[in-house]
Design a binder for this molecule. Sequence first.
Ligand SMILES: C[S@@+](CC[C@H](N)C(=O)[O-])C[C@H]1O[C@@H](n2cnc3c(N)ncnc32)[C@H](O)[C@@H]1O
Length: 293
Amino acid sequence: MTTEPALPDAASPHAEDPADASLPDETSDPRHFRSPVSFVRRGSRLQGRRQQAWDELSDRFVIDVPRAEADTSVDPGYVFDAAAEFGRTAPLVVEIGSGLGEAVTHAAEQNPDKNYLAVEVYLPGLAQTLQRIGQKELTNVRVVQANAPEVLTTMLPAGSVDEVWVFFPDPWHKTRHHKRRMVKDEFAELVARVLVPGGIWRLATDWSDYAVQMREVLDASAGFVNLHHGEQAGEDSPLTRVNREGLEKKAPMDDVDTRGGWAPRFEGRTLTSFENKAHQAGRLIFDLTYRKA
Ligand SMILES: C[S@@+](CC[C@H](N)C(=O)[O-])C[C@H]1O[C@@H](n2cnc3c(N)ncnc32)[C@H](O)[C@@H]1O
């Protein structure tokens, strides 16, 4: 039996940040139109079942994107035609940074009436997603190897997406690397652009200071309304627990989180290996759910 390698540690929010040791503070990738990017280039070698899944299924399920310069870039002239790609019109859910495809394929299996687009830069992750698509015999998932901001800026038509998911994005722990975090003001504008009016943005992270950043960014955005405004505040807040119980080394703010705004765990999100590792390490999960205003 062939053993499939997991995502390398560099992809894990539980390891040091990707390529941390070798990353200059101001690194940007000149091949991408928007920088600095939220990822580092990692191995793209496929083997075993992942290679087999790619060979057998990529023609059908991988969106063939014309590139600008980098192999994860998107030609700004290219526009995704969901009806043509899926062969039907249905609500579209886009998962950004879909990793190994656990969440997106689980949801697609549970909701055959919806279309799912998995956006990921890491080729072995996409191949693993294809493997799951094959195993579950799904027809309602497409995958694209592309830098998410470019997908949101030009590839997806404005007002074409019902839900956007960002689950456990790379945390980029060091302050000097925070600019690489995906969820920031400009990114929120891009998500607002692609969502239908009333569309939903779901986020989850296991790092409290990134959770606070997400809440800051989205609360400050005129484009979004927190569906759980003020909920899980004070003693009920996971942030209060993290601070009080010292569950992470660095406390992001005062002891008691009087603001709250945390969503209940999204029941449509299956327990991925990333989330499971967070539980095992004793970290708490922060869910946020916003509606496009
Ligand atoms: C920590 S992993 C989480 C994966 C998955 N969401 C989960 O919960 O299992 C973050 C993923 O985001 C991907 N990623 C980071 N920046 C990206 C970008 N700009 N565009 C697309 N994918 C990106 C990484 O390659 C990585 O697989």
